[in-house]
Design a protein around this ligand. Structure first.
Ligand SMILES: [Zn+2]
Length: 428
């Protein structure tokens, strides 16, 4: 508009977003609150996801361990072996599920898989495992204002019934090793996705994709598995400790169904409205052989979007090189965002059962730097403080700096990306 207001419409959803001029350069970093000194040599014990407090989370379904450049997944580590290796990433059940195991059991007649039942029996069969589980059941009952004393009187059958969701529930968490960056001496140096090395980030993404596949495998009633990451409290994180969540749900989200329908008449939807549109608006920020990162248009918050260029739809069907390509761009976007900006990472993937219809894996990174209020509720128009080109201009120089410093992978940035139009190969 004549005064510099930018009115955007999301090409996929129709969401209206207005950016008002003059606010794009405000500082956006989240205040870390009270900062205290930290001993960088002490084991981390800042929150229940920290490595010195392994028994305050539900029993691990799996962990990733590292030996130099070799990474391995260890399944169902026994309670007396938890400290025998250092987990780089851990997969475990969310103690407070969004969609509970009770929901799956009572609505769908779901039974936890035999493998999960065997894990539970083995875990509860050891004194250390039973005590770990009992403490968690106590914590959950206390959080629900119940009487934790009841837990002490529970026999093995009750304890097993109360802890079934720890082993066979359908809401998982992937927790990274660090709370603070290595060597941090103050409590505000929270280690974000961008603080991982590109190799660590690849393992994080691969391990999450593997867990996503397992949720589909184990729950025949799961129509969709939502994968997301909330970073810092304004983005919905309970702890400032890096983690992703995976939630199985029994419906395909309406927004996904809408895109499935649109794809029927426009198979090139994601090329046309995703990368081609971004290219025509000069909003491509980075690319490599296997993925493209662009500034998203018409999102409620400033957003970067990473599109996989793979012919495969599911993350776990990507080759190692393709997955690394997606991971490298996502990591670069996180690093350019910085650890002080609250953000949501949202995976968008093809729901199973669409026949041959393909969809590219795409990941939206949203900067949660404003709070929608009455205006947004009343009008459905979202006011955003950074327009797409200003977001691009914030991100590009940081990417170049980070690349020069060797902190992100060697990706093409800005105009180096060349012509990316039509480069998403999904279904081809
Ligand atoms: Zn922590």
């Amino acid at each position: 508009m004549a005064d510099g207001t930018v009115k955007q419409t999301n090409p996929f959803t129709g969401t209206q977003v207005w950016t008002v001029p003059g606010r794009a350069h405000r500082p956006i970093d989240h205040s870390p609150g009270v900062v205290t000194a930290v001993d960088p040599t002490a084991p981390e014990a800042h929150c229940t996801f920290c490595s010195a407090r392994l028994r305050e989370t539900t029993p691990e379904k799996a962990r990733v361990v590292r030996d130099g450049d070799t990474w391995r997944v260890l399944e169902e580590v026994a309670p007396d072996s938890l400290d025998a290796t250092t987990p780089e990433f851990r997969l475990l059940a969310n103690l407070f599920e969004i969609v509970s195991l009770d929901y799956w059991k009572s609505v769908h007649g779901y039974h936890i898989p035999a493998r999960a039942a065997a894990h539970q029996a083995a875990y509860l069969g050891t004194p250390a495992g039973a005590e770990h589980v009992r403490a968690l059941v106590r914590a959950r009952i206390a959080a629900a204002q119940g009487d934790p004393a009841d837990v002490d009187a529970m026999g093995p059958a009750d304890l097993a019934a109360q802890s079934e969701s720890f082993f066979g529930g359908c809401h998982d968490v992937v927790v990274a090793r660090r709370h603070l960056t290595d060597g941090a001496t103050t409590s505000d140096r929270h280690a974000s996705s961008g603080d991982l090395t590109p190799a660590e980030h690849e393992q994080y993404i691969a391990f999450t994709a593997r867990a996503m596949r397992a949720l589909y495998r184990d729950n025949a009633y799961a129509r969709y598995v939502s994968v997301f990451q909330n970073w810092l409290a304004p983005a919905g994180a309970s702890f400032a400790h890096l983690h992703k969540q995976l939630v199985a749900i029994d419906e395909i989200p309406a927004k996904t169904s809408h895109e499935v329908t649109a794809l029927g008449s426009d198979p090139e939807l994601y090329n046309r409205l995703g990368v081609d549109h971004a290219a025509s608006e000069q909003l491509v920020v980075a690319a490599n052989e296997h993925a493209v990162a662009v500034v998203g248009v018409g999102h409620r918050y400033p957003a970067l979007v990473v599109y996989s260029r793979s012919a495969a739809s599911a993350p776990w069907d990507h080759s190692t090189a393709e997955l690394r390509g997606v991971s490298d761009l996502l990591h670069a976007c996180h690093a350019a965002t910085g650890r002080l900006v609250p953000c949501n990472e949202e995976w968008h993937t093809r729901p199973p059962g669409l026949g041959g219809r393909a969809m590219p894996w795409r990941i939206v990174l949203k900067w949660r730097i404003s709070t929608p209020a009455g205006f947004e509720g009343a009008t459905g128009i979202y006011v955003n403080t950074i327009d797409p080109w200003s977001l691009r201009d914030r991100v590009l120089p940081r990417l170049i700096e980070l690349r020069a410093a060797g902190l992100i992978a060697d990706v093409a940035v800005g105009t180096e990306c060349g012509d990316v139009r039509g480069s998403l190969r999904y279904g081809r």
